[in-house]
Design a binder for this molecule. Structure first.
Ligand code: OTU
Length: 643
């Protein structure tokens, strides 16, 4: 089996036999089977090309891939009819995630709703918010005690029994889908928990499963690799390796916690096995898979072991697998790295959507500095993406905020990256006089001076200070940016109710010293009850966001992701333009402005002289005369429809 055509044929024979059986049994229609074959013919050869580039064309590689090829038909054959319908529907609307009606929410099942049954009970609230995308933080079976908030997965096919069952999750995915809400789950593919059955077998010395991980008999190779790798969780352990078990001389690669064993993706069997786990999740109704820690998938001696070309090829191979066997499924990249690297994961053939960590971090940067320059640069120069892809724009996630801007971009504006990061860390963790933020430091590394920041949106934005309204307005401003730059905005559920930090986060021994738990509080019952009451902070944030979302729904220019920068000629303003069509179909632009300062600022008439005089201020539904200039109150947002 030396050429690609022969490999394709060998796999196809197996797939075809299975399809015939499915048609004969009446499980699938003949037309559906034909469309499977069409997809197979397009994508399987591309998959094999990538496999050969990554793994070579040895006999073992070929036999693993032929087996995987055949199993695609088996997996698709078990895909529920409603999901196969979704496959069709998405193929005629592949850019669905770019609609202005999309709104994401993310939550921990236990923290936000108790368990899966509780989550189902919260569907009406999701509808009240207008969610169309629900990301559940990993809810899989995990080890006892610390499990990194679910990111140590003991089994991809089982739900944590404290939360419910996989069958329940599949049912919820259907309920959500009927209401226009796509279920998003994590695909934690860089590592498994150290009690996953593969890890257990490897620890016991099973040669097949030892090859599933990066296990070495002594410190020689770990020492060599650690010359060039970065410490990600230095509070947990130094370096990138951990002993396989106490007293065991072997060392295993653990980029994150010592209980998270990195999978060895240089082994093609890992690719095939993980493709199977991925399709299983897709068939439970996960419409979007969040590719966790994707930058770390491939390791090579003498490199940083981050964002190597093969990391991309792996995701591209998995993308082809889904195109064939679960075509509605799309990938979201979680690469919280340098902006030049973040974009490399975003392509219709790789991850269709991606977190936008640069915009997130710089949103907080502008609030601290009261200066919009770095964010304006990033929005005008780094926002563009290939057709068929989109940013997921967020104000904060379940993780820390890392200052991932480019030092080159900063230095162009006379800003020293190193010192600026130190300032931002100090500002957000209470070490800077007069800061409005109530944040907590994360993973301070004395060796490098590096650190990141934790805190809920409301706590970081200053709602707990003597001037809560400035905080409320900063919360709204930050969300306004995420909602208007183009892409899918993602709300950390509870932040719409101005939830503040969990003061008791460190009391739970399972959380270790992981300060990210400070910003993962339980469902804010009080804020929820107060959400209609605008005499409360929760009510003002909630009503402000609801209003902004309602306006976003009406703002046709917000469809898609076209964006052009705008020079406001005032360093305290964030500004950009969204060209499109107005609701009557005429070419128009929405000029988005935000004042990040504590004083009012004006955009001068001369700056606006390129537009017609009459504009509509969308958020307060007012006609404005641009010849008078536009005044922005402190921490306010203005969306102007201009011609
Ligand atoms: C991800 O984040 C998850 O979002 C975290 O919650 C997990 O702890 C971690 O992986 C391990 O599964 O270091 O501080 O992109 O920044 O992948 C968060 C690089 C993390 C990392 C990111 C990682």
């Amino acid at each position: 089996l030396n050429n690609t055509i022969a490999v394709v044929e060998a796999a196809k024979v197996g797939a075809l036999e299975h399809l015939e059986a499915l048609v004969a049994a009446g499980t699938v229609e003949e037309a559906e089977a034909l469309s499977f074959i069409q997809r197979f013919d397009i994508h399987y050869p591309a998959l094999i090309d990538l496999v050969r580039r990554t793994y070579g064309s040895g006999e073992h590689v070929t036999s693993v891939m032929v087996a995987l090829g055949k199993s695609l038909a088996t997996s698709w054959g078990t895909r529920a009819a409603d999901l196969r319908e979704l496959d069709e529907c998405r193929s005629s609307d592949p850019d669905w995630f770019l609609s202005r009606h999309q709104l994401g929410g993310v939550c921990y099942v236990d923290r936000w709703a108790g368990d899966l049954a509780g989550l189902r009970d919260r569907i009406p609230y999701m509808e009240e918010l207008g969610l169309t995308y629900l990301h559940l933080m990993p809810a899989f079976a995990v080890p006892e005690g610390n499990n990194d908030g679910g990111y140590a997965v003991s089994s991809y096919r089982e739900i944590d029994p404290r939360l419910g069952t996989m069958q329940e999750l599949a049912g919820i995915s259907r309920d959500l889908r009927e209401r226009g809400i796509s279920l998003v789950v994590d695909f934690v593919l860089n590592h498994t928990a150290n009690d996953h059955e593969w890890a257990k077998a490897a620890r016991a010395g099973d040669p097949k499963f030892q090859q599933y991980y990066w296990i070495y008999p002594d410190r020689t190779m770990p020492d060599a690799f650690e010359q060039t790798t970065r410490e990600i969780f230095p509070d947990d352990h130094a370096g990138s390796f951990t002993p396989v078990a106490p007293g065991d001389p072997r060392w295993v690669w653990t980029t994150f916690h010592d209980f998270q064993w990195d999978l060895n993706w240089t082994n093609p069997e890992v690719l095939a096995a993980m493709a199977g786990e991925m399709l299983f999740l897709a068939n439970q109704g996960a419409e979007v898979l969040r590719f966790d820690a994707v930058a770390f998938l491939w390791k090579e001696l003498g490199t940083s072991c981050e964002s190597l070309p093969q990391a991309h090829w792996i995701v591209q191979m998995l993308n082809r697998v889904c195109r064939i066997a679960a075509p509605a499924t799309i990938f979201k990249s979680e690469a919280i790295v340098h902006p030049d690297e973040v974009v490399q994961y975003i392509h219709p053939d790789e991850c269709q959507i991606s977190y936008n960590p640069l915009q997130m971090a710089l949103t907080w940067e502008t609030l601290a500095t009261r200066n919009g320059v770095l964010l304006n640069d990033a929005i005008s120069e780094r926002h563009g993406l290939p057709a068929g892809t989109a940013w997921v724009n967020y104000v904060r996630s379940h993780d820390d905020i890392g200052w991932t801007f480019s030092d080159e971009d900063a230095s162009r504006r006379g800003i020293d990256g190193y010192h600026h990061r130190r300032f931002l860390n100090d500002f957000y963790t209470g070490r800077f006089p007069d800061s409005f933020a109530d944040g907590v430091a994360f993973q301070y590394n004395p060796k490098t001076g590096d650190a990141r920041v934790c805190g809920t949106t409301a706590s970081l934005a200053g709602t707990t200070t003597d001037h809560p309204d400035d905080g409320v307005n900063r919360v709204l401003l930050a969300h306004a940016i995420a909602m208007s730059t183009g892409g899918l905005p993602l709300l950390y559920l509870g932040d719409e109710l101005a939830q503040t930090n969990d003061p008791d986060w460190h009391l739970d021994p399972a959380n270790g010293n992981d300060s990210r738990w400070a910003h993962r509080p339980r469902f804010p019952e009080r804020g929820f009850r107060d959400r209609e009451d605008t005499s409360t902070v929760a009510g003002r944030v909630f009503q402000g966001l609801k209003h902004m979302l309602a306006v976003r729904h009406q703002t046709t220019e917000f469809d898609g992701a076209d964006l052009i920068g705008f020079e406001p000629n005032n360093q305290h303003l964030v500004a950009y333009q969204r060209p499109g069509l107005d609701p009557e179909g005429w070419p128009s632009t929405v000029l988005c402005l935000a004042n990040v300062d504590d004083h009012p600022h004006r955009v001068e008439a001369s700056t606006l002289s390129g537009f017609e005089r009459d504009a509509t201020s969308l958020l307060d539904d007012r006609i404005v005369d641009l010849a008078l200039g536009v005044v922005l109150q402190p921490h306010s947002t203005v969306w102007l429809r201009v011609y």
